[in-house]
Structure formats: C-alpha cells, structure tokens
Unconditional design. Structure first.
Lengths: 263, 385
C-alpha cells in the first residue's frame, strides 16, 4: 500500500464508524525522548492517524505553544532521527504523517532522500506548512515516486481558483486551516468554516481534514459534522507537558473520540 | 505592468504558510502598478527630497583616501533622515501600504534603525505602527526604543530564542499571518518571501542611481569598485544594482566575520552559509547539518542575522559580486579611524565596509563606499568594549 492508500483507508474506516477521523498532533522529542514515546503509544491507541511534528528552530506557521515545544525538544536533544524513530515505534499500528518545515527536508538530502528515510520509518505522508503550491511541484514529484503523500494546505484566504488547483494536486488528504493565523487554541471556530470545508470537499478527490484552533472535544465534534477529519495540536502538546503525559493525552483523545461518535 | 522578480537564479521564492500567499500576490500586483504610476513616483520623489533629504552627498574623503592610498568617495546615507538608508525603504513601503488601503503597519527591528524609520514613516502618513523587537535588543538599544515610542509606535518585546533579530522577524511574520487583511508588513531588508527582496531592492536602488550619477559627475568615469556592508543586504543591493550592467565595476559586499569565520560566532551567511530556507526565501543561510537555523553574531546588530537576501546569493554564484568579511575587531578599528580622519561617526555596520577598504586599498581609479548609517546608536556599545 502506498502512503496515500493507507491514509485513505484510515479515513474510510472512521467513516464506516459514522464519524470523522481523529488526527492528533505531537512534537517528536517533546518534552523529552521517553515521554514522547509514551505519548506516541497513547496516540496509537485512540487515533485514526497521527501527525508527527519534526522540531525546527523557526516554525513560522506555529503559534506560541508548538513553537515553544519545538524549542524545548531541540534543547532536549531531539533531531530528525528522533522523529523517524518515534514514527517507527507506532507506524505499524497507525498511519503517520510528518509535519516538517521546508528547510528540514532540504537539509536532509532534499525531497528524494527525505522520502526514502520517511518511508523506511513507516510514514505515509508529510505536511510541509511553508511549501505552497508554487514551490511544491519538485517535492511532490519526488514523494510520488517514493509513495509518500504530500498533503497540501488550504487557508481561509486562499482564492477559490487557487483552492481548486491545490485540491487537484492533493495527495492523502487536504488540510484546511480553520482560521487566519498560526496554530493554537481558539475559543470559537469561525462561522465561515463550514462553507470553506464544503467548497474544498467539492473540489478534492481525497478526504478533507481541519486543523488550527481545535482545542476541545466539542470543537472537534463541530468539525466532525462538516469535515472528514479533525486535527488537534496545541491542546495536546500542552497535555504532553503534564506530569502524567500519556494519561493526560489518552483521556483527552478518548473523550474526543467519543464526542466524534455521538457528534 | 513590469515583472516583479520572484526568483534570482534558484534563490528566492515564497516559502511561507498558505495564508499569506494571497497577500503576497496582492502586494506584488500593487508594487508592479505603483512603481510605474507617475503620481506615486512623484509623491515618493518629493518625500525623498523634502522629508528624507535626498540626494545624499557623495563625499570625497580626502584624509581617508590618503590613508588608503587611493581615492575614496563615501555615499552619505548617514545623512538621510533618521540616520540610515533604512528610511528609503520604510517611506516607500508605508506609502505603498497607504495606497493599498492597509491601516496597520508592522515591522521587525534589530538595532532599532528600521523600527525608527518605519515609525517615522507611519507618523508622517498617519498609520498605526507595531514594531517587534527581541527583548535582548530592547535592553541594548534603549534610545531607539524611546524614539519609536515618541513617534507613536508600539514596541512589542519578543521573548523567543536568543531574543534578537531572527526571532523578531518570525514574530512579525506570525502577526502578519494573523492580521493579513488589515496589515502590511514592512520588512527591513532585501529578504523574505517574494516580492519583498525585489520591492526592497527597488526602493533602495535610489542609493546607487544617485551615487553613479554623482561619481560620473565628479570623476568623469565609473569607479573601479563599489563597496558596501551586507547583513540582510539592502544598502548593498541598493548601491550595487545600477552598477551591475557596468561589468568593469567590481562589486564588493562585506559581511561580518564576527569573532572569526572559523569560530561559530559570525554573520557570514554568504561566505560560510549553506543553501536553505529562512523567513520565506531560499538563500544562503547559517544552519547546522540538521537544518536548524543558528544564531549569527556580529558586534553590529544590523549584520547579526543568519540569512541574506536571495539576490546576493545569486550575484555570488554568478560571480558578478564578490563577498568578503571582516571581524568585529577590524570593524571597531575602522569605526574609530573614520571618526578621527573624517569627522564622521559611522554605524558599526558601515564600518565593516571601511575596514575592508583599509586593508585592500591603493588601487587605480577610485572607490565608492556606501556609508549606510551613522554611528550614534553604537556609542554605548563601542565605549563599553
């Protein structure tokens, strides 16, 4: 199975249960190597897919919580290898998609070499948040050849014509950015989100997941009503820093999964 | 409508979150239109003359020439309003933002020169101004923080990382991602995602246009060399650009070697960098083998940046410009020397260009050095060393 096929199967399995897919995010190596493995194991229990962040010094798309987690992970010694190892620990149980900044792909031998290493670790795809459509083609070509899905992002500011082109080039799923801004919890999801998701679903042949700003089971359930998947980042990164990290993320994920089921 | 370049050879591009792409498209279109619009050009030319004080002089530095053993002219950007070339870009971009109907301006600043220039332009044109500045730089550059306050700008401290310029740029970009509908980001150097490198270059090219004309008028021939310091590279790209087609003129960019190129404390993104992405463009950057961006170091805050404008990376690769470096110690010596020889207190940034010239003088023809700013801001730093 290629990465795209495995991602499609994970969304399909959730859909058969009558709910949206649950895709939690974690920062590899945060707060430390050991806890990070425990968090990954808890994710593998309850998640349909896992978004695994590779720590980077200058994460422009991230808000304060994930930025600080990246800084802390790097200070604790995390590296690309840490992310590949953690991927390897859970990839047989749950599909893993990396969240990786463009410079990390470049610095690790370019798109072909990155794809080779990611696949060897069992990953299905990668989201590169600072690689918009215009810059993505060579990376997508290399990922396609390897069978790794390059997941694109659509934002509320993306014009309709451009959104259609992004959807046409999408692999795995389309990541809809719920709000204008960086990652982080928000009190309310924007009212326009439903229209944005509906428009994206009409244009994409792959599933559509929503991220940025989802911090409660209720918000995840709201997203689950309109999209194929809900991505939860900063809220869980906060939980990973709690004393009983795997317990904290585990109970939040179970609660969120229940909320998705009952909608 | 003429083209606003997005790439310089392989360098440049737009490595930014999708949320910003529409704003970058809007900015590209607005600049392509504005720079061809006679009314906009006339307004900018008037502000150049009456507000900034342009043209700045091209000054024949007699005693420095004697010391160097060859004729040296200084392009006096230190005499521009607010004391550095930064105002050329700030006034142009704020004028453009006003034309685009954006009521709110954000900027980053390291030493505070670009922050002061942007706050000044916003006061002039009546726009809201927010400046991101690392808390370490706020501590080191108190007078400029106070200036920005007087000019009506809000200075927001940035606590991430080393609390200096790199993090201030990141914080400004994050603000822009969140407030893109109402806000224009006045980036301070010829860096960032397209169209910023071309936009900033276009607004700084006035330095080179004036210098070329003044040099020809003074000497009847083109200079042998044009020399400028390079941090992000806006004063250097501004003075180089009109000379690029004059193939006999050597273009020399002087980077910060800090405590030495073999130490890990320098700012030589071109001399010691690797190809990578920082703050939205592909260029030559200072990063480790893992791809993590490293902190730069220079005695001069304006050269203390681990990236450089993408057009410089291309000028380096094509061989059209040469990039050299001088250490903190050499720059400090040149700073002191220029004070005594010419009665000019130069910015520590500009002192790097002077320092290189002092060790590489005595040539046929004559040299033009961009004196990008004045050194009042650096007095506390220099006197503490």
């Amino acid at each position: 199975m290629t990465g795209s096929e495995r991602i499609a199967a994970a969304f399909g399995a959730a859909r058969e249960e009558g709910r949206a897919a649950l895709m939690p995010y974690m920062m590899a190596g945060y707060p430390d190597r050991e806890t990070s493995s425990a968090v990954a194991a808890a994710y593998a229990e309850s998640a349909d897919l896992v978004e695994l962040g590779i720590p980077f010094s200058d994460p422009l798309a991230d808000g304060p919580t994930i930025h600080a987690a990246a800084t802390a992970a790097l200070e604790a010694g995390a590296s690309m290898d840490t992310a590949l190892e953690i991927c390897g620990e859970i990839a047989e149980r749950v599909p893993v998609v990396f969240m990786v900044y463009a410079n990390m792909v470049l610095a690790h031998g370019g798109a072909e070499e990155f794809a080779r290493r990611a696949l060897a670790a069992g990953a299905c795809g990668a989201i590169v948040p600072d690689l918009p459509l215009e810059e993505a083609e060579p990376v997508r070509t290399a990922f396609d050849a390897a069978g790794l899905a390059l997941v694109p992002l659509v934002a509320p500011t993306t014009p309709a014509e451009r959104r259609a082109r992004i959807c046409a080039a999408a692999r795995g799923f389309v990541y809809v950015v719920s709000t204008v801004g960086t990652t982080g919890e928000r009190d309310e999801l924007p009212a326009e989100l439903a229209d944005l998701v509906a428009a994206t679903k009409a244009e994409a042949e792959v599933p559509v997941a929503v991220g940025f700003g989802i911090g409660t089971p209720r918000q995840a359930a709201q997203v689950g009503e309109i999209a194929d998947g809900a991505i939860i980042g900063s809220r869980l990164v906060r939980a990973a820093a709690e004393p009983d990290a795997d317990g904290a993320v585990g109970s939040f994920l179970r609660e969120t999964r229940d909320a998705l089921v009952s909608g | 409508m003429s083209l606003v370049e997005e790439r310089f050879g392989p360098y440049g591009g737009r490595y930014v979150p999708e949320t910003l792409i529409a704003a970058l498209d809007e900015l590209t279109a607005a600049w392509a239109e504005a720079r061809e619009d006679p009314a906009f050009r006339e307004r900018l030319a008037l502000l150049h003359r009456d507000f900034i004080g342009r043209p700045t002089p091209l000054y024949r530095a007699e005693r420095l020439s004697e010391r160097v053993g060859g004729t040296v002219y200084l392009k006096r950007e230190d005499l521009a309003h607010t004391g550095a070339h930064k105002i050329n870009n700030a006034v142009g971009q704020v004028l453009l933002a006003q034309r685009m109907g954006k009521p709110r301006i954000i900027a980053e600043t390291g030493a505070g020169q670009h922050g002061v220039a942007t706050a000044t332009a916003c006061a002039l044109l009546g726009l809201e101004c927010v400046v991101y500045m690392g808390s370490e730089d706020i501590r080191r550059q108190k007078p400029n923080v106070e200036r920005m306050g007087l000019l009506g700008a809000e200075v927001v401290p940035v606590e991430a990382g080393a609390r200096t310029l790199k993090e201030a740029v990141s914080a400004a970009i994050r603000d822009w991602v969140a407030n893109v509908a109402t806000t224009h980001y006045v980036i301070g150097s010829a860096v960032g995602p397209a169209p910023f490198p071309a936009l900033v270059r276009d607004l700084q090219t006035v330095i080179g246009e004036e210098a070329r004309e003044q040099a020809l008028a003074a000497e009847g021939e083109l200079p042998g060399r044009v020399i400028a310091c390079v941090g992000g590279g806006s004063n250097s790209i501004g003075i180089f650009t009109p000379f690029v087609a004059d193939s006999a003129v050597e273009l020399i960019g002087v980077e910060a070697a800090g405590e030495g190129l073999d130490s890990d404390r320098h700012g030589a993104s071109l001399g010691k960098g690797t190809t990578g992405v920082l703050h939205g463009s592909l260029s030559s950057i200072i990063a480790d083998e893992e791809g993590q961006i490293l902190e730069a170091h220079s005695v001069s805050a304006g050269l203390d940046y681990p990236g450089v404008g993408p057009e410089h990376a291309w000028l380096r690769d094509t061989g059209r410009a040469s990039y050299v470096s001088v250490t903190d110690a050499q720059a400090l010596e040149a700073f002191k020397l220029l004070c005594r020889l010419e009665g000019i207190i130069p910015a520590l940034e500009s002192s790097h260009a002077i320092a290189w010239l002092l060790e590489n003088g005595g040539r046929e023809g004559y040299d033009v050095v961009c004196l990008s700013g004045r050194g009042d801001k650096d007095l506390a730093e220099v006197l503490s060393l």
